[in-house]
Design a protein around this ligand. Structure first.
Ligand code: ADP
Length: 423
């Protein structure tokens, strides 16, 4: 064992600290101080890291909530109700609020709530509103907002009081309820249309009952006048009878326009030969208008269609009465039926006043009246052709007109044929 090793062993066994020289003691003390400063530095580092971590997590959570606010699908606004002028001002808003109102965020922040998003502007009203909100904590109401482009839309605004950074603010969540309002309106419109239909049905029934009675009595009067050769009474009863017919047709037309408008025109579809219906309509008009020459020209043996017989008769009668009404001096009407490919075509030609060229595109519109229609016929409401087109459209057919002013018109319609000899 070396001297050094022996010295160390003695020291350990004696349990006494070594007796170092002053120089060695200074070195040891210096080393201790260094170790102490390292430990202190490590402790400070640990505190800083911890603080940094908590700042970062605070920033992260702030970022998280900001993203949540900004990207929430519901339009959300933060409103300050405690401004110096008593006007509620927008403090912040999210992307959905900007989209819904058509503004950029910068345009909304700082604005009074009643400027861009119309609401109660009067500070007194706002104060009462705030007091109520403070009592209840929450409020929901349907209001109208105005977008930047000026369009107005309905929304449901839910507002509640919140405390943020020691400030009392209002959190507003708005929902565009255009669609819901639209379906409410639709339901209202349908209910109103139903009520109107019902009303018109009852009224037309009530009006037509006395008209039928009048017509019967007038026919009796006319027959008696014919028997007694009383030309004056026969003539006046004929005139009144025509007016009764006109009123009856007007009532039916008004009822039909209402049905067409609401898509409630009921069709009873059956197979029949169109030639038969045309003949029936022509005979009816020929009897009522003996001064007119109604020429029927059939180009097809049979024209079977699948349609509502009564409604098609109504269309042909309308075309014939118009041809007669607007025939001017030439009292001739040509009616033609033909087959055109897979369609049956019926046309009615008159040689009367015709329709000015620029007005022909409007002839099937509701309430159309040609500017050249004689004043004597001003009683017409422009309903017949509109109803006729609706009927033909519903059957998958087409209707049109060819006309020259002061030379006459040809109105034609076509319906799909269902096969020759259909039975
Ligand atoms: P109304 O004849 O009762 O006014 P219509 O819908 O049947 O209603 O006709 C609309 C308009 O179309 C008429 O007012 C008239 O100006 C024009 N019209 C219709 N048929 C003819 C025709 N054959 N000749 C000239 N004008 C016509």
């Amino acid at each position: 064992m070396s001297d050094k090793q022996t010295q160390m062993r003695q020291l350990v066994e004696s349990g006494r600290p070594p007796r170092w020289s002053p120089g060695r003691q200074a070195i040891v003390a210096g080393l201790g101080l260094v170790a102490l400063s390292w430990a202190a530095e490590a402790a400070v580092d640990a505190v800083i890291t911890k603080r940094k971590r908590s700042v970062r997590s605070l920033q992260e959570s702030e970022e998280w909530y900001r993203t949540l606010f900004r990207q929430s699908p519901d339009s959300t606004l933060l409103i300050d109700p405690h401004t110096s002028d008593g006007v509620w001002r927008i403090v912040d808003c999210n992307d959905a609020a900007c989209r819904m109102n058509g503004y950029a965020r910068e345009e909304l922040v700082g604005q009074p709530i009643d400027v861009d998003l119309p609401g109660p502007a009067d500070p007194e009203v706002l104060a009462a509103h705030l007091a109520r909100l403070q009592r209840m904590g929450f409020d929901r109401r349907e209001v109208l907002h105005r977008r930047k482009d000026g369009t107005i839309f309905p929304l449901e605004a839910s507002i509640s009081l919140i405390s943020l950074g020691g400030r009392e603010l209002i959190l507003g969540i708005d929902r565009d309820i255009t669609e819901r309002k639209g379906s409410d309106l639709l339901a209202h419109a349908e209910a109103a249309a139903s009520a109107r239909d019902e009303f018109l049905t009852v009224v037309s029934h009530e009006m037509k009952t006395p008209l039928t009675l009048m017509k019967g009595n007038l026919q009796l009067l006319r027959m008696r006048a014919e028997q007694q050769d009383d030309a004056a009474i026969r003539k006046s009863s004929e005139t009144v009878e025509r007016q009764v017919d006109r009123l009856t047709r007007l009532i039916d037309d008004l009822l039909d326009v209402s049905r067409v408008g609401t898509g409630r025109m009921h069709l009873e579809m059956l197979p029949f030969d169109l030639n038969d219906v045309v003949r029936e309509a022509v005979e009816e008009q020929a009897e009522a208008n003996p001064a007119f020459a109604l020429r029927l020209d059939r180009h097809a043996e049979s024209l079977w269609v699948w349609a509502d017989r009564g409604r098609i008769l109504q269309v042909i009668s309308n075309l014939l009465t118009n041809a007669i009404r607007y025939s001017a001096d030439r009292k001739e009407i040509d009616i033609r039926t033909a087959k055109d490919g897979a369609n049956a075509v019926v046309s009615v030609t008159d040689y009367g006043i015709g329709i000015p060229e620029q007005q022909q595109v409007k002839v099937f519109e509701l309430h159309f009246r040609g500017t050249n229609a004689p004043e004597a016929n001003s009683g017409g409401l422009g309903l017949g052709l509109y109803i006729s087109k609706s009927i033909i459209d519903r059957h998958g057919g087409t209707i049109g007109v060819q006309s020259s002013e002061a030379a006459g018109s040809t109105f034609s319609f076509s319906l799909p044929i269902i096969g020759e000899g259909y039975a």
